[in-house]
Design a protein around this ligand. Structure first.
Ligand code: NDP
Length: 320
């Protein structure tokens, strides 16, 4: 089969489209034909070596497609079922073997590409708004990079819980998308904390959801009200520097957390709860999953370049 293989970490050129051995479904696994593989920022961190991986490896953890074979001991999933996953290592490929307890069935009538697009970023937006800081009616939430993959879904989910969203974006096209997703106020990054105070009657936000990191973290702390929560969930602009906890006290007895999806999908029940909500909201027309761009698998490098250069909106998919 064809796959993307990284032999040496580095820039987008490190993503090499080449022949790779066909995977087989081991015990407890299913073999899937990848109809669409999701591109996520974590794939960039793996490619760069920011999150170390042993080489060579095929990047990507997310996708959807039909089951081609099932391994020993698998029940509940059969050949021909269409499934989606967000923890299936090596998904930038034509085929992948995924642990059967990590896949969910894609309902008939839902485009597998949309299912692939909704997995990691959807689960992330779900746990951020329902578990890390469960938004209450009327809460003010700052959503950075609101036109991105996580951002558009998170904006909609905060609105579903009755919160108010102050969204940051870098240009007018992205501002339009954030507004369409339901953001109450859409602003640029320059001096955003002052604007958050203005829009919250001088009090500040209850929560800042920050996946941008280095460029926004410090200012974000000053946008919070006393006992507000900084949810730092990524570093698209770079990693946040080491931090003195006394700052949390001085700025208003703030809370700081650095969550990651694996700790919010601890078991099958949690996976089914989050994905069940996401799929039912899609079916009911309450959640729009925007696929902003698709690229042939062979052009994974171009997809990464565009994601890193802030040229993408919504979800980016690779099509094998
Ligand atoms: P996005 O589609 O949001 O793309 C990143 C966006 O970040 C850009 O479009 C851009 O939007 C914004 N950005 C701001 N500064 C920069 C910069 N210097 N370089 C690049 N982008 C910048 O990506 P994802 O939805 O895949 O991921 C968003 C964040 O969420 C990432 O940090 C990712 O690591 C994190 N994440 C965390 C998870 C977790 O469980 N902790 C799980 C999934 C994702 P704009 O131009 O509007 O500023």
């Amino acid at each position: 089969m064809k796959a993307i293989v990284i032999s040496e970490t580095g820039g987008p050129d490190a993503l090499v489209y080449t022949d790779a051995p066909d995977p087989v479904a081991g015990p407890g696994q299913v073999l899937v034909e990848v109809v669409a593989a999701g591109v996520n920022f974590i794939d960039v961190y793996h490619r760069e070596g920011r999150y170390p991986m042993s080489t060579p490896f095929t990047p990507g953890g997310e996708g959807a497609g039909p089951v081609l074979a099932v391994g020993e001991g698998v029940s509940g999933v059969a050949v021909g079922d269409v499934v989606a996953w967000h923890q299936g290592p090596g998904s930038y490929a034509e085929k992948v073997a995924v642990d059967a307890d990590k896949v969910v069935k894609v309902p008939a009538g839902l485009d597998p590409k949309v299912a692939a697009a909704a997995m990691l970023q959807g689960i992330t937006a779900h746990y951020l708004s329902n578990s890390t800081y469960p938004v209450a009616e009327g809460d003010v939430a700052v959503v950075h990079a609101a036109a991105g993959g996580v951002g558009l879904l998170l904006t909609q989910m905060v609105k579903l819980r009755g919160g108010r969203v102050i969204a940051t974006v870098s240009n007018d096209d992205k501002a339009k998308l954030a507004r369409e997703a339901g953001a109450d106020e859409v602003i640029g990054y320059d001096g955003f904390a002052g604007k958050v105070r203005e829009f919250s009657g001088g009090r500040g936000a209850h929560v800042v959801y920050d996946g941008v990191g280095e460029a926004t973290f410090d200012e974000g702390l000053t946008a919070l009200r006393p006992r507000g929560m900084m949810v730092l969930f990524g570093g698209a602009s770079g990693a946040v520097a080491p931090f003195d906890p006394m700052r949390l006290s001085k700025l208003g007895s703030l809370f700081l957390t650095r969550p990651t999806a694996a700790h919010y999908v601890l078991d099958r029940a949690e996976l089914e709860w989050r994905v069940g909500d996401i799929l039912s909201w899609i079916a009911d027309g309450k959640l729009d999953v925007r696929v902003g761009a698709t690229y042939p698998l062979s052009e994974a490098g171009r997809a990464h370049s565009d994601l890193e250069a802030r040229r993408t909106t919504g979800k980016v998919l690779l099509i094998p």
